[in-house]
Design a protein around this ligand. Sequence first.
Ligand code: ADA
Length: 571
Amino acid sequence: MNFRYHEHDLRQVQDLRGIWDFAFLGNVEADDIDVAAIRYSDVMAVPGSFDATPAYPGKRGLVAYRHKVEFRDNTPHRLSIDGAHHWCRVFVNGKALADHVGGFTRFHVDIPRPKAGEADVVLLIDNRLNYDRVPIHSEYFDWYHFGGLTRGAELHRLGSLWIDRVRVTTTDYRKRKVHVVIDWGMAPRDAARGLREEKAKVLVSCAGKKVSLARTLKGSSGAIELDMELAGAALWSPDEPNLHPMYIRLGDDDRRIRVGIRQVALDDRHFIINGKAVELLGFCRHEIHTEFGHGLPDALIVSDVQQIKDMGCNFIRGSHYPQDERFLELCDERGICVWVENIAWQPKVEHLTDPRFMAASLLQVDEMVAVSFNHPCVILWGVFNEGFSNKDESVEAYASALGRLRELDATRPVTYATCRFFEDKCYHLADVISINCYPGWYVQEIENLPDFMDSILAHLETQGQGDKPVLISEIGGAAVYGFRDWNETRWSEQYQARLLDAAITYMFKDRPGRFAGISIWQYSDIRTSDKPPQAMGRARSFNNKGVMDEYRRPKMAYDTVKKLFHELRSK
Ligand code: ADA
């Protein structure tokens, strides 16, 4: 990842972003492809989505990306791929090494004994929506599934002993105590001599404090754990997002991360960050742009963050998949709290009870936690947007995915967004109740919004859920950019502005302290499926509920929300 700081001083890393050789292979299967015979007649930018480019708009099929890399020696190397949509097979020098299912998350392919020198990396990537191959991406979802190598890629020389992953959690913010877990990996010396044993020096330094120890490491992987007290270090909060570089060294390998000292807790109404209640004000954000698909350039990520700040937001729900780590980095720095969720859109009972769907979903949960774990901005995990959580048969899937999140990270609350709030059967599994509702748009009129939302709150009480914080995880209505209308009808900019004004006013002025937060649907317009029935409610084949259009041009609602959020934040 191209972090905002040097991730490694010692480890050699080749950044593979840039322009790759490219071939559109079309309606063929990866198993039938002779990789050596592929003719690369084109080039493609990485990060990027090939099917958002003028040459391949909306095209689906198998494609090949090729790039030269350099293996520095024959010690283990690791290819790290930040997002390949939606299925990927990785080849090094013509040899297939691994397949991966699902976009939006980083995955690794290890090359234990490469031949030193130049090599070809080829990625066969398939963006066709085939449930059997990739059960977690489907045509009926309400966004366009762009394909390609959308976030970046790197080749790491691991050497013989390496840091696999570092996990840092705040265990006591008052005392500035953090717990550090260093997962390590080690190459076997040679098979004949069995388990390798190695004495290694460990060094961790952060905020002027240093821990050094020696450990005997045995086998091929393990974890080293330690605690540090970073006395005097400034805390992280949305208003003062202080970060502290932490440098970790293990043998000849190293890693740098940034630590934000903060603990997230809940009371019966709010998120509490380091003992202080924080009202969450923001949007649901898709990582989509008409010109770039899911492969957003740095410039766009930066300008998105500028607009999020400009509107006075302190919260983003990453809908409906893990957000790019470049975005999380900036949210850490700018004090924007983030809800991170796995890819899903209204999964049905037939999906939630299908072991293939669940395996792909849980793999994604694991990968999203791995990427997001150290980001202080991430304050909430979510799963299965608008799944059929109103069915008895779905409860097990929710229990398993939320349980997996708790296993992987006991320090953050978990939730899921429900649109089946009057019949939901999974509330008991969540720490935070998250409601997607559309009064004034799909149901009733703007005037009825308070009554409608009060009835949801009353229902939660009857379900024994009255003591949990409630987030309105989606609310809003569509406006076609530029459509201003005397009648202020639905689809006009005026109507959208009035609807959001009513929602925010009701939630935070008329019912002060009752809601934990809001993530308005949605940040910007997005391309979506052009297939009926979805397309029939989606003018231009876009979901037009953004307060900006797909080029991030503000609609009237932008200023409405901005004014209200700034007022609320300055209370
Ligand atoms: C749902 C869903 C969103 C979007 C929205 C809408 O709540 O979670 O992805 O489809 O509805 O615009 O209707």
